[in-house]
Design a protein around this ligand. Structure first.
Ligand code: FAD
Length: 505
């Protein structure tokens, strides 16, 4: 029987990103997908600032930017949210279809030695004390033995069902349909959305000559048993938009609803869930793919530390305690967006009120930082205002902070001449210790304002701050290192600065 350390079911954006994170940490991975091959369906239409930062931290963003188109604003139920003043290197939405993101991540996974195994559906699992046996395909198929199985297999996740994890929430109340088509009579702009009649319609010109058209109706409810045809789509689009833009040559037609459901647990023993397998919701605000990629980056380094035997399995519980509330918030805001998107005088009045509220800077910031994921703060121990937040991509004299994260290792960053605390010596094998000079005296943190540049900061591989201090001290550092990296390998103080990489100008 084939053996590996981790099996990932599902090669969507979540499974691909998790594969990359685990390989970066040296873990053996098998990546399975039920489909016979990549479908090329456009699906998601964009990524937000925090996800761009995560791709950038791993050196994956540049090619995506080449293939996408920056859009200065995000939106909440179609109400514009200007993000151009947000404190990030990427204060915009990158309009790029999911198929392009998957193409980049497919190529990346292949270079890391893990090409997707297509036509390989996970059908059964047999967990025991030391691992799991994964059944691939029918009884004549193969079996793989692994230490952990991660279900990244989408909203109808087989892994979730096999693990007995419930998926409660609210039913769909509407129907959305989308198609990738060519247009004989295209609209003027490359991307737009219009509210009309029983719903709304939108268009995204994602490749020369190709459009992703979308129509949403609140006078119908999705029927999952009936796959829509191109004619169904065209008729529905015409009814709402009053035109079909001469659509023809469909590459793909699909439908979705606004059901909002979340797995009650993200881990049962050696089985974990991530991405749509753990949470589904209305695609308003474009948050699904983003949340899945962020799940993967939160989980990857933790799972790697456990598989390597450095950290206890308990570390995996922080994946659920950190990521479950994030997705719960997404479900809540997408339900609110469905309510705002409904047709009729009551929703019109609500939208008008809301549009006025969004003009208040604080409201715009609150909503925009939530949709972009820039305000996510995990509840970690410690008083420093940076703890739990994502570290900003601040300029250092010879590099920038997010570039330090390209290795996927935690960083102990000592700034402006402060000494790295000697207590960290026991973790030098698992840690990048960097001494650098900050270019500015303050860092601007989304939702927290300007914060004095710390003396020393411990940054997790997902870019969140685990520990920070403004003075020369090691108070709390040992606990933070043990919590996130596992117990020290070599006890006792030594000259840590010798192991430190200097990045001073
Ligand atoms: C119209 C629309 C617009 C959207 N726009 C956006 C947007 O702008 N931004 C955004 O962030 N999100 C958006 N989304 C949501 C986004 O598409 C999903 O959240 C995203 O695809 C989730 O990625 P995933 O990898 O978790 O799951 P998926 O992409 O669903 O991938 C799951 C994979 O698992 C495979 N699989 C299934 N069963 C098995 C099995 N038993 N064994 C092995 N493999 C299996 C499937 O074949 C599939 O490849 C949109 C969705 C829709 C419908």
């Amino acid at each position: 029987m084939e053996t590996t350390q981790v099996v990932i079911a599902g090669a969507g954006p979540t499974g691909l990103m998790l594969t990359a994170e685990l390989r970066l940490a040296g873990i053996d991975v098998v990546l399975l997908d039920a489909l016979p091959a990549r479908s090329g369906e456009s699906r998601a239409g964009g990524v937000h600032a925090r996800t761009m930062e995560l791709f950038d931290q791993r050196g994956l963003l540049d090619r995506m930017i080449e293939r996408g188109r920056p859009i200065q604003a995000g939106h909440f139920a179609g109400i514009k949210l200007d993000c151009s003043d947000f404190p990030t290197r990427f204060p915009y939405t990158l309009a790029i279809v999911q198929a392009e993101i998957e193409r980049e991540l497919d190529a990346h996974a292949a270079t890391l030695g893990v090409p997707v195994r297509w036509g390989s559906p996970v059908r059964g699992i047999r967990p025991d004390a030391d691992g799991i046996e994964v059944q691939v395909g029918d009884s004549a198929g193969s079996r793989i033995r692994c230490e952990y199985l991660v279900g990244c297999d989408g909203g109808r996740s087989t892994v979730r069902k096999l693990a007995g994890i419930s998926f409660d929430g609210t039913e769909s109340t509407m129907q959305g349909m989308l198609a990738d088509v060519e247009l004989a009579d295209p609209p003027a702009g490359p991307v737009f959305s219009v509210r009309r009649g029983p719903g709304d319609y939108s268009a995204l010109n994602f490749q020369p000559g190709w459009y992703r058209l979308l129509v949403q109706r609140h006078d119908r409810v999705i029927d999952r048993a009936a796959e829509p045809t191109f004619e169904d789509f065209r008729e529905s689009f015409r009814e709402v938009a009053g035109t079909d833009f001469g659509m023809h040559s469909p590459r793909w037609v699909s439908q979705y609803g606004d059901a909002a459901r979340q797995a009650d647990r993200y881990r049962v023993g050696r089985v974990l869930l991530a991405g749509d397998a753990a949470h589904i919701h209305y695609p308003a605000g474009g948050q699904g793919l983003n949340t899945g990629v962020q799940d993967a980056v939160n989980l990857g380094w933790k799972l790697a530390a456990v598989v390597r035997g450095e950290a206890p399995a308990l570390l995996l519980d922080t994946y659920e305690s950190e990521r479950h509330p994030v997705a719960a918030r997404v479900l809540q805001n997408t339900r609110a967006q469905t309510a705002l998107a409904r047709p009729g005088a009551h929703s019109d009045a609500l939208r008008e009120t809301f549009t006025g509220l969004v003009e208040i800077d604080e409201v715009r910031q609150r909503l925009g930082l939530m949709i972009t994921g820039l305000d996510i703060r995990y509840e970690l121990a410690g008083d420093h205002p940076l703890i739990g937040r994502r570290v900003p991509d601040a300029e250092l004299s010879t590099t920038r902070v997010h570039q330090l994260l390209v290795s996927g290792k935690p960083i102990l960053l000592s700034l402006n001449g402060s000494e790295p605390p000697a207590i960290a010596t026991g973790w030098t094998e698992r840690l990048d210790c960097v001494a650098a000079d900050a270019v500015t005296r303050q860092w601007t943190i989304p939702g927290a304002g300007d914060i004095r540049v710390p003396a020393t900061v411990l940054i997790r591989p997902d870019g969140h701050v685990a520990w920070a201090t403004d003075v020369q001290t090691d108070t709390g550092l040992e606990v933070a290192l043990t919590t996130w990296l596992g117990p020290a390998a070599v006890p006792g103080p030594a000259e840590l600065s010798a192991a430190c990489r200097t990045s001073r100008g």
